[in-house]
Write a protein that binds this ligand. Structure first.
Ligand SMILES: Nc1ncnc2c1ncn2[C@@H]1O[C@H](COP(=O)(O)OP(=O)(O)OP(=O)(O)O)[C@@H](O)[C@H]1O
Ligand SMILES: [Mg+2]
Length: 341
C-alpha cells in the first residue's frame, strides 16, 4: 500500500507531502485546491502515467522546469523526476534504466466523475481505458504500445510527403505489424476477461435491469498485414495510416442499444462497472486488490448507487477518495483524512 506521497512543482503544488493508511483515505477540500492533482500524483508515481492526460508536461507546475513525485509503496521508495528534457526514475535510491521493476510494485484503478467520457467521447478515450488496464495485466503491453506509436508516426510522416515512396513506407510495416498485432491480441484478451466481470458489477449496481455488452472492435481486419496491404490506395489518398489498432474501439451497449443513448444514471452505472471489472481482474491476477483512486465519484451518485458502489469495492483494498463534502459519508466510516480546508 501507499504510505507516503511527496510532490514538488506538480500542478498547483509547489511542495506538498502527506501520508496514507490501509483502508479508506479521504482527501477533503473546496474546489481547485489540488485534490484531483494529488490522486494523479499517486497514479503517476506508481504507474508512470496520468489517467487525465498523455502529455506529462501538463503536470509540471507553471513556470517550473520539472516535477517530482516521491513516495513509499509497501516499504519500497519510489522517486520520479520528469521534465521535457530529462526523466529520472529511482527505486530505493537506485536509479533505474527501465521502468520494469518500478511498475511491478503496484496496480492502480482510477475512478472519476469524468468517466462517462468513456462512453461519450471518441474511441481514443476508450482505448486509453483499455491501455491503462492492459499495461498492468500484461508486461509486454507498454513496450508494444510505444513501438507501435513510433512506427505509426514515422509511417504517417512519410505518407505526408508530396510523392509518398512506398518502398520507404513499407520499411515501417514490419515493426508496425509486430507491435500492432501484440496490442490487438492483448486488447481482445482483456475485453474478453473484463466482460463477465463488468456484467456482474453492472447487475450489482443497477439491480440487473438491463444487460451490459462490451465488444472489442478491431481497427484492422481480418488481420493487420492484410488490412495494411488492402488500405494502400486509401492511405495514399488520405496521407495517413487508416487501419490498425490506433483505430480500435470498444463497443458498449445496454440491452442492445448503444450506451451513448442511455440516461445519465445508466451511463454512470456502466462506467463504474467497467472500473470495478478492472479492479476485480487485477485482484484475481495478482492475488491482492489494486490501489483504488476515486476522484469525486460518490457525490454524483444517488444514495442507492453510492451504497452499492461502496459495497462492491474490493474488500481490503486501499482507497483514496476525493470529495468536497463529507456529508454523504456514512457516520460510522473509519477513514484517514487529508484536509485541504
Ligand atoms: N500545471 C499546472 N500548474 C499550476 N496550476 C495548475 C496546473 N495544472 C492545473 N493547475 C491548477 O491546479 C488547481 C487544482 O486543480 P485540481 O483539479 O487538482 O483541483 P480539485 O481540488 O480537484 O478541484 P475540484 O474540487 O474542482 O475537482 C486548479 O486551479 C488548476 O487550474
Ligand atoms: Mg477534482
Amino acid at each position: 500500500m501507499l504510505t507516503q506521497l511527496k510532490v514538488g512543482h506538480f500542478r498547483c503544488f509547489e511542495q506538498f507531502e502527506c501520508s496514507f493508511v490501509p483502508g479508506i483515505n479521504l482527501i477533503i477540500g473546496p474546489n481547485a485546491r489540488g485534490k484531483t492533482s494529488l490522486l494523479e500524483a499517486a497514479c503517476l508515481l506508481l504507474r508512470l502515467q496520468s489517467p487525465r492526460t498523455s502529455k506529462l508536461g501538463e503536470l509540471i507546475r507553471h513556470g517550473a522546469r520539472g516535477l517530482l513525485v516521491d513516495g513509499y509503496y509497501s516499504g519500497a521508495h519510489l522517486q520520479f523526476y520528469y521534465s521535457p528534457q530529462r526523466k529520472k526514475l529511482a527505486l530505493d535510491s537506485v536509479e533505474q534504466r527501465s521502468a520494469t521493476e518500478c511498475l511491478k510494485l503496484a496496480r492502480v484503478v482510477w475512478f472519476s466523475n469524468a468517466d462517462v467520457d468513456i462512453i461519450r467521447n471518441s474511441g481514443e478515450t476508450r482505448r486509453r481505458f483499455l491501455d491503462f488496464v492492459a499495461a498492468q495485466t500484461n508486461p509486454s503491453y507498454r513496450k508494444a504500445l510505444r513501438d507501435y506509436d513510433r512506427a505509426l508516426r514515422s509511417r504517417n510522416l512519410l505518407l505526408k510527403a508530396p510523392t509518398p515512396k512506398w518502398r520507404e513506407i513499407q520499411a515501417f510495416d514490419e515493426p508496425l505489424q509486430t507491435a500492432g498485432q501484440t496490442l490487438m491480441h492483448i486488447r481482445l484478451e482483456l475485453v474478453t476477461a473484463l466482460r463477465p466481470l463488468a456484467q456482474l458489477a453492472h447487475a450489482g449496481i443497477s439491480g440487473a435491469r438491463e444487460k451490459l455488452e462490451m465488444d472489442y472492435l478491431p481497427g484492422a481486419a481480418p488481420t493487420l498485414p492484410e488490412a495494411l496491404a488492402a488500405a494502400r490506395v486509401e492511405d495514399t489518398r488520405l496521407r495517413q495510416t487508416t487501419v490498425g489498432p490506433h483505430r480500435d474501439d470498444l463497443q458498449l451497449t445496454l440491452s442492445g442499444s448503444p450506451a451513448g443513448l442511455g440516461s445519465e444514471g445508466q451511463q454512470r452505472t456502466l462506467v463504474l462497472a467497467l472500473r470495478l471489472a478492472a479492479a476485480r481482474l487485477l485482484e484475481a491476477q495478482f492475488g491482492a486488490p489494486p490501489l483504488l483512486l476515486l476522484d469525486d465519484v460518490f457525490g454524483e451518485l444517488d444514495i442507492a448507487r453510492r451504497a452499492s458502489l461502496l459495497e462492491q469495492l474490493p474488500a481490503n483494498s486501499q482507497q483514496i477518495i476525493t470529495t468536497t463534502q463529507r456529508e454523504w459519508l456514512p457516520k460510522e466510516l473509519q477513514a484517514h483524512v487529508v484536509d485541504f480546508n
